[in-house]
Design a protein around this ligand. Sequence first.
Ligand SMILES: *Cc1c(COP(=O)(O)O)cnc(C)c1O
Length: 222
Amino acid sequence: MIEENVKKLLSEIPEKNGFGEKVTLVAAVKLQSVGDINRAVAAGITDIGDNHVQEFKEKYELIGGNPRRHFIGHLQTNKVKYLIGKVDLYHSLDRFALAEEISKRSLNAETVSDVLLQVNIGEEQSKGGFAFEEAFAAYKKIVAMPSLRLKGLMAMLPFSDDLPLLVKLAEKMRGLFEKVKDFDTNAEHLSMGMSGDYNLCLDAGSNLIRLGTAVFGQRNYN
Ligand SMILES: *Cc1c(COP(=O)(O)O)cnc(C)c1O
């Protein structure tokens, strides 16, 4: 099942988006067993993304195949210390306090952390991230913090079947990404797209998608 899903996704997802940028597939591994994650990696998954620090810690040493590690979930500042030096890309930089903490911890550990600025594109109460209008100013501020390398933007579209609205929001994010890229040549990722909306996100100009259900099937929350 997982093997088939991965093979199908890898054959169907375009190598490049419409802007000529390489597309990266991150498998969202929250609540998945070590066995299933290893199965996905063996089938060709090169990047995995965690949501929970506890799960990340428990599984860290048990994942084979040396995939790139992403942290895609909401991150409490007091848990940053467990991740420093182990995460290749933090997607969910959603507030200044978190940026300051990752910067400080990275500096102390003599490492540099790659991060994406999260934007709350749907203006949803339930989601973290900078407001769209504040995001560029926040980017300019965070880009100056030591031991932090901003690599672009991340967003989650709202759960909605209003396709025109989703396309509009995804294109708005691409517009902001263009602005950020003009300002900072390090910006290379627009992380946007989950199992339900990744095709429209790629069409709009995302170059990094985070898929859970499409890789592993329906999550078991029990
Ligand atoms: C769970 C999760 C995903 C994957 O969701 P699916 O709908 O299962 O593909 C992507 N991004 C984040 C931040 C997530 O928490």
